[in-house]
Structure formats: C-alpha cells, structure tokens
Write a protein that binds this ligand. Sequence first.
Ligand SMILES: Cc1cc2nc3c(=O)[nH]c(=O)nc-3n(C[C@H](O)[C@H](O)[C@H](O)COP(=O)(O)OP(=O)(O)OC[C@H]3O[C@@H](n4cnc5c(N)ncnc54)[C@H](O)[C@@H]3O)c2cc1C
Length: 465
Amino acid sequence: MYTKIRNRDLKVFEDIVGAAHVHVGAAIDADLAHDELGTVAAQPEVHLVVTDKHQIEAIMTHCNQEKIPVTVRGSGTGLVGACVPIHGGVLLDMSKLNKIIELDPLNMTLRVEPGVLLMDIAEYVEKQGFLYAPDPGEKSATIGGNIATNAGGMRAVKYGVTRDWVRGLEVVLPSGERIVTGGKVVKNSTGYAIKDLIIGSEGTLGIIVEATLKLIPLPNKSVSLLVPFDSREQAIDAVPKIIANHALPTAVEFLEKDSLAFSEEFLGKQIPHADYPAYLLLSYDGNSDQQMEDDVNAISSFCIDELGAIDVYLVDTDERKQSVWSARGAFLEAIKSSTTEIDECDVVLPRVHINEFLKFTKNLSRELGVRIPYFGHAGDGNLHIYFCRDELSEQKWQKALEIGFDKMYDKAFELGGLVSGEHGIGYAKKAYMERQVGPAQMTLMRGIKQVFDPNNILNPGKILS
Ligand SMILES: Cc1cc2nc3c(=O)[nH]c(=O)nc-3n(C[C@H](O)[C@H](O)[C@H](O)COP(=O)(O)OP(=O)(O)OC[C@H]3O[C@@H](n4cnc5c(N)ncnc54)[C@H](O)[C@@H]3O)c2cc1C
C-alpha cells in the first residue's frame, strides 16, 4: 500500500534537511517508537528533524508523490499512541522548529513555531504581563501537539481549552501546499472553519508550522482552597453548585484519599491536612486583594454552610501551593509507577453524572479483579481512569481491558458522555469513537480526510481506521 523508504528517498531527505538530521536504523532513538501510553509502538523507517517550514513543504511534496507515510511528532507526551508511526515511513520531528516569533502586545497575540514547549510559552508571556491560559498537565508538550490534540487541562473551567486560544494557523497540507487560516483577528466568519478542523485533528489533516495564539492580561493574584468533605459523593455533588456560585473558579479538581496515597508514596510527602476522605481543590484568580478576599470569604461560607464541607483551608503560600498542586500533578506518574502497565479511559461526562460513573467504575474494578484508580477534572467532567495490570497474565489483562473498556464506554455514552475530553483518539480509542458517533458522522470524517489527504499518507491509521 505504501512505498518503503529507498536510498533515493534518503538522498532527497538529506538534500532537504541535511544529512545530520536524517536518522535510520539503529541511529533512531528507541523512545521515538512510542508515546507516553507505551502500549502502541512502531519503529519509523526514517527520523527527520526539521528546522524550517519550507523543509516540511518539500518533504510532503516528495512523500505525497511517492506515497510514503508521514507521522508528525512533537514531544511524544500523548496518551493514545497518536504520534506512533504504525505504518513506518517518515517520523517528522518538530522539536527543533521551536522559535517564538512575535509577541504583539496591542493585538495581544503570540506567534510561535510548533515545537515551542508549553512551559516556555508560559514563562515568556508571563514575564511580559500576559497569560496564555490553557494549562495541560504535561508542560514539556509542544504547542503543536497541544493544538493537534486540542489539549485541555485544569484551567478549562474558566478559560476553555486550546481551541479557544488559537487565532490563526499556518499549515502544510499532505500535498506540500501551505495555507494560512485565521490570523490575529478576534472574529472570523470567513467560510468553513478550516482552522478548527485542524485543531484536534491529531496530525491527520495537515502539519501545523506556525500558530497565532490569543493572550490576555495576566491576572496578578491567585489563591487555591483545599476543601475537605466526608465523602467523594458529597465533594462531587458540590461542584456544579460551586461553579454556579458568583465567582467562577479557574480550576476544580477532585482528590480522593486513595489516589492521594499514590502521590504521597511517589513524592514521599503528604499534602497539608491529609486526613480526610475526599477534597475539592479550587483555585481562583483576579486582580486585587480585596476581590480575592471577597471571593474566598463568599465561597468558604457557601461550602461550609450550604454544601456540607468540613472546613476550607487556604492554600496561599508558595510552599503550600507547591505541596498541594504537585500532589495533584503527580497522579498519572504516581499511578504508572505503582504497576507494571496501564491503559487509560479519558471520558468526559456532563458534570452531574460524575458520581454515578465513578460508582460504576468501582463496581467494575471489583467485578474484573483489576485495580482501576482514577482522578479527574471535576469542574469540566473529564475523568482519567487507569486500568493497572499489576501481576495479571497477558491473556487476563487483554480480557479485562476488552470487557472493562466496553462497559465503561457504554456507560459513559448512556450518561451523555464522550470518548475523549482531552487526550484525543489516536490509535487506541478508534473503535470506541466509531461506536459513539455512528455511521453518518464517520462518513463525514472519512470524507474530510479524503479531501485533505487523498493518498492517506499523513498519520494513517489514526482517528479513522
Ligand atoms: C503526565 C502527563 C499529563 C498530561 N496532562 C494532560 C492534560 O492535562 N491535558 C491534555 O490535554 N493532555 C495531557 N497530557 C497528554 C499530552 O501531553 C497532550 O496530548 C499533548 O498535547 C501532546 O503534545 P506533544 O507535543 O507531546 O505531542 P505528541 O504526543 O508528539 O503528538 C500528539 C499528536 O499531535 C500530532 N502533532 C504534534 N505536533 C504536530 C504539528 N506540529 N502538526 C500537526 N500535528 C502534530 C501528532 O502527530 C500526534 O497525533 C498529559 C500527558 C502526560 C504524560
């Protein structure tokens, strides 16, 4: 179906990117065969490191003519196998296409190349008094990867997800042509929303070679509150009421004693006030001490007087913030390090159904005899649920995944949920998406892919079979 890489292709690539940026065989780092999910793995035939967008145009023109598959890789922190070159071919490494091009303070936009890391964007704009608000947990991800997966993160409750912060994109199509969609403009009703199709398309429709991001003035105050409850149910039931209260939190995270235990073991320390069964971790931002104080007082009284919270602890010093947020941030790594292998279910549900879904998950864990820890963004209904293999044999593990995932996705769909809230579909979630969206939407999606990429060379086998 696809052309295997030949010496003459390598010569073309060397002419485009320089011999030092073309790696084959044993010279390809083994880590490039997988992402952070780990269970989907495949070796590329050639690893190309690109340093400018014109190289990408030339590479795509050649690969399209020769029917060579191309898979784009940012930092490889994805969790659905999306950047794994399952058909071999070219792995296009964007990590060196990483310049911050321009901060425009009057239009409040930032132009970047796709390989810039999220942590570098945050630091750069904050030094100049601006905020780029999307805040996915993995700060070493590239902005190109964030855009391609429409990454979410903890601040989605107040500020939305990556899609809400992308004003414009420059994209190289599978044919090698380069297009610009959107720009520095605030509004855009110019034809079909091509920019929004590219966002979240997981490198299957085009290669993002430049992005124009929206900025806002940096709120100069922030505070977090740790709110303990007697039970998980009580904590989660409180969330919609807190969000409907007058001050919109930037984040509403849910912590339960069991999942905190993983972080405590992993980090070797406890959060302050660690003795309660369940917590909400709320954060607020603003611009004056008075406003923050008013918000904190109002929300604290509301939590204690009306929602049954046991207490409200202010997380205001750098040390307390670091202790509590690092425990929350370490959940995934902590769960991973507690077992031999994980697989994840990243469903998003209407907020009011989180409790029902978690109860279902606990029962399923007992029924299957598999440990299934979880955590989640209680404020936006996005749960991260991990099947842990522990000492299960390959056969039992595969069976547990098959039965367990089937049941969990069916339950999520019954409750109005979706397959993925932020990690995407990639390779690992294709079957569940197809089941959820049904034949009419699958036909639309296949048609879109066909128009962008008639030879099916760009990240083939992802999102769609
Ligand atoms: C500890 C941890 C915490 C995480 N927390 C979050 C979270 O809170 N929210 C969240 O959404 N995700 C989270 N993730 C998942 C991951 O960080 C995101 O999916 C991220 O957006 C991937 O970026 P990347 O640069 O690593 O992309 P990769 O993993 O390299 O690639 C992901 C996809 O993007 C495509 N792609 C990459 N660059 C481009 C480009 N320039 N043009 C076109 N396509 C491209 C790839 O082909 C692939 O399909 C987390 C991961 C880890 C390990």
